[in-house]
Design a protein around this ligand. Structure first.
Ligand SMILES: [Cu+2]
Length: 599
């Protein structure tokens, strides 16, 4: 089954060519013509030992020689035409998709405390480019502003921004701000595309839910580590493989106070470092190996951190804040340090924990973030970050093997211990947590994730953008029970709009690390997660789905549509009737049969 080899250049998988290529005769193993490029005295690293039966990346190289890449901060820029102007509104030619109604000051999300004067505007171009995943090997991809990870956004609470995305590639895309409290128009709904050659404005109010409608902002919900990535229906996995991912960090007064009091380091300063983990597999010509019939989950044999395989980072003898991001399509990591020194966990997904907790190792699935302090004060001169999970296919990891963990990144520790280091330690109080109470719960819903008739399903249904699978009461709270009945398969389930609070995992209280806020719950094989969640500020449609991207593209997704009492969802199940000002796609494009947006 796995002997096929497809030399697909993931840069160019247009919708119209996609099915053609996926059904074309497979190139076979002959595609891997002998082509081994060596670099100096490099030898094939033992760490590439890959338990899959996929063709290995056919390059020799010396690991831990490429410095860790830290994406640059994106700078605001004036946009012409201005967002929301007549030339950049719904149906305009210049900015085809226009701006959301939530942009309007009259929207109920925006009270008198809304700081609309702080609007920042950014421009992001999805550009075909190449990336040196391995040094000297040019691999075609299409990154945000032609880099991988894309440029880092630094946002402050209550400073709204517009991100203008122009798609210079030839796959449909949709930009999702993962962890953001974002209106449906700008949430990256999988069917609200930015078609090739088109431009769309995404409006992020950068607010948090209010404690109650019309009330003050609930600052316990302020995020720290968000990220942005593609969410285009059918193309999320291949666009992710084509390097569509970046960080969006968010800071509010509480976090600024933690920084001012030297508990945490300055946001995105020298000791606040993002680490996006993914995996890739190359063909002999440098293109990425891509099997369009791979529905279990993509696995590469090169572990990449911020776009480079097996990088190295020089650090001082002090504490660093690392924003770990599971940016792989399907690989699950279990991290430890080679000398077994501990981690200090300060945040789970987008949110700081109520207080810091210690850990000697931790698991990171696709979409998860872990906000982690590593203290190099007493570290040896060289120390490695290691992955202890073995994984032979995309269905899920096999086992944690701490004794044989493989290095993925090297740290070179320099100098004497630094004075006046940051003070965060086990037990340090960070962001207060406001639990959702059982008395607030209005409805219980059960969602079962399983495989049926050879495809990925939720409650025995496939993804259908025309159907509201749940209609929570706007500003209400619900109990959701997520069941994984697909045996050993893992499904990291991401719910958009706002944080959810895990109550039980297989009937037991979660660990301190998992007991506050998350946006992605890990459903290990045969696992049930019970969670509480509120549905505040914005109506839908808003999606939730498996973040194994191959599963997501194969329809393991549903959507909810929070509505006020007595207000029916326009998603009837009969036709796609989301108003154009919400979906942002003009009627003439919806009518174009070539787009097949909602079939
Ligand atoms: Cu899944």
């Amino acid at each position: 089954m796995k002997q096929k080899t497809v030399k697909a250049n993931v840069q160019n998988p247009s919708r119209r060519s996609f099915l053609t290529r996926s059904l074309a005769p497979m190139a076979g193993v002959a595609a891997l013509a002998p082509f081994v490029k060596t670099f100096g005295k490099a030898a094939r690293p033992e760490l590439l030992t890959d338990p899959t039966n996929l063709p290995p990346t056919p390059f020799n190289f010396t690991p831990f020689t490429v410095p860790l890449f830290k994406p640059p901060v994106i700078q605001p820029t004036a946009l012409t035409p201005a967002p929301g102007s007549a030339q950049a509104s719904l149906g305009s030619a210049a900015v085809y998709h226009g701006i959301a109604p939530e942009f309007s000051k009259s929207h109920p999300a925006h009270g008198a405390d809304w700081n609309d004067a702080a609007l920042k505007t950014y421009k992001v171009d999805i550009l075909p480019t190449t990336q040196q995943i391995l040094p000297g090997v040019e691999t075609p991809c299409a990154g945000y502003n032609a880099i991988w990870p894309g440029p880092t956004f630094l946002s402050n609470f209550n400073e709204p921004c517009v991100v203008r995305v122009t798609n210079h590639g030839d796959t449909e895309t949709s930009l999702h701000l993962h962890g953001g409290h974002t209106p449906a128009h700008a949430d990256g709904h999988p069917n609200f595309y930015v078609h090739p050659g088109k431009t769309r404005d995404y409006y992020y109010p950068n607010i948090v839910p209010r404690e109650h409608p019309g009330g003050p902002f609930d600052m316990s919900e302020a995020p720290s580590t968000m990220w942005y990535h593609d969410h285009g229906n059918d193309f999320t996995a291949i666009n992710a493989a084509s390097c569509h991912a970046g960080f969006h960090l968010f800071t509010d007064d509480l976090e600024k106070q933690l920084i001012a009091s030297n508990v945490l380091p300055p946001t995105y300063g020298d000791t606040d470092v993002p680490l996006a983990f993914s995996d890739r597999r190359l063909n002999a010509d440098g293109t990425q190996f891509w099997d369009p019939l791979e529905h279990d989950g993509y696995l590469g044999d090169l572990i990449c951190v911020n776009g480079n395989a097996f990088p190295v980072m020089k650090v001082q003898r002090r504490k660093y804040r690392f924003r770990f991001l599971g940016a792989a399509l399907a690989r699950v990591f279990h991290f430890k340090m080679s000398n077994n020194m501990p981690f200090l966990m300060i945040g789970n997904d987008a949110w700081l924990l109520p207080q810091a907790v210690g850990a000697t190792s931790f698991t990171l699935t696709p979409a998860k973030r872990a906000d982690v302090i590593i203290d190099f004060r007493n570290a040896p001169k060289e120390v490695f970050l290691q992955n202890a999970y073995t994984q032979t296919n995309g269905r899920g990891p096999d086992k944690i093997d701490l004794a044989n963990a493989k290095p993925v990144m090297k740290f070179i520790v320099e100098g004497a211990p630094v004075a006046n280091d940051i003070k965060v330690a086990v037990g340090t109080r960070l962001r207060p947590h406001v639990p959702i109470l059982p008395s607030e719960i209005q409805t219980t819903r059960v969602f079962t994730f399983e495989r049926g008739n050879g495809v990925w399903q939720v409650n025995k249904e496939l993804w259908d953008p025309r159907r509201a699978d749940a209609q929570p009461q706007l500003n209400g709270a619900e109990r959701w029970i997520l069941q994984n009945k697909s045996g050993g398969w893992w499904h990291p389930i991401h719910i958009h709009l706002e944080a959810h609070q895990i109550q039980k995992i297989n009937g037991s209280r979660p660990s301190a690390f998992n007991a506050a806020k998350v946006d992605t719950s890990i459903l290990e094989g045969n696992t049930t997660v019970e969670l509480f969640m509120k549905f505040r500020t914005f109506t839908g449609p808003i999606v939730f789905h498996c973040h194994n991207l191959n599963h997501e593209d194969m329809r393991m997704m549903k959507q909810f549509d929070p509505r006020p009492p007595g207000s029916p969802s326009p998603l009837t199940g009969q036709s796609f009737s989301v108003p154009p000002e919400i979906c942002g796609i003009p009627a003439e494009e919806l009518a174009d049969p070539h787009n097949h947006l909602f079939l």
